[in-house]
Design a protein around this ligand. Sequence first.
Ligand code: COI
Length: 356
Amino acid sequence: MLDIRIEKTTTPKELPSKDNPLVFGTIFTDHMFIMNYETGKGWHDARIVPYQPIVLEPSAMVFHYGQEMFEGLKAYRSDDGRVLLFRPDMNAKRAINTNRRLCIPEIPVEDFVDAVKALVKVDEAWIPTNPGTSLYIRPFIIATDPFLGVRPSDTYQFIIILSPVGPYYKEGLNPVKIWIEDDYVRAVKGGIGEAKTGGNYVASMASQVKAHDAGYSQVLWLDGVHRKYIEEVGAMNILFKINGKVVTPKLNGSILPGVTRDSVLHLCREWGYEVEERLIAVDELYDAAKSGALEEVFGSGTAAVISPVGELRFEDQVIQINGGKIGELSQKLYDTITGIQLGRIKDEYGWSVEVK
Ligand code: COI
């Protein structure tokens, strides 16, 4: 059990009004978690303190070489008043893999989950309850050595902040329009594509701006070698229903292993769908759309939950999916996953973890 010192704020903020929609990632709660690392001493001084700016040297390594990682998960308030997390151990395990790739010291799964639970407990009054809302949890680690040489830092801070959120996309559960990028690439096998780190997201921004300007919400990446196989969308994994089968790119080292993706595949298999994790060429997708075999397209992610895709654009070719409406499977997955997250549907998988 992680030993956490708690210092509560003496000037609590006003909770957001239930009457205004929560815009993703704009409001932060009263407290934050911090723990320090030093080579030779390990992780130490775990504490929950009032939410505040962090003070770093301008030479801190995170600013220069991007040695940092992050995670994303959510807390929910069930109808009977319990506080529930969704598969926090999966985030903790993925964090270990990310840390290994980025030479950041690992945090044991139990300590990661204890830290999340302790902070959520302190700020549980901030968990919103309007439909489609939740408390987004953002754990991250930054390299803090004041040093300009390129090597792993000897000091780090592990921080967790909390943000009451509504839907990630302004479209909510209405289908989004996605731009398939044919110029830049996000990641290659052997790179850092499967690590949850800022570098993968900054790599997406130039394409995202281009896509936004053309009226699209997000970018769908093709593989970095052949520029032909579907990988993932900016903030979510991508899945297709083709001829009744659920098809998604396999985790090949350059794709983020999503917690929601894993949950979706598990449910689909259980519901009797044939599920294929494999290479999907963009041509295959367009052929499937032409022949009518492409039944549904949707993204999955913690922030995005299940996000139906209504239109794809690749070069000059635009395809409409399911008449721009949410598909039956996408809706069922959304209802089931959010139902489990909110404690409304029996959790037969041990995915919901109560914060007591
Ligand atoms: C999440 O879904 O939690 C993510 O980290 C995506 C993020 C870029 C908003």
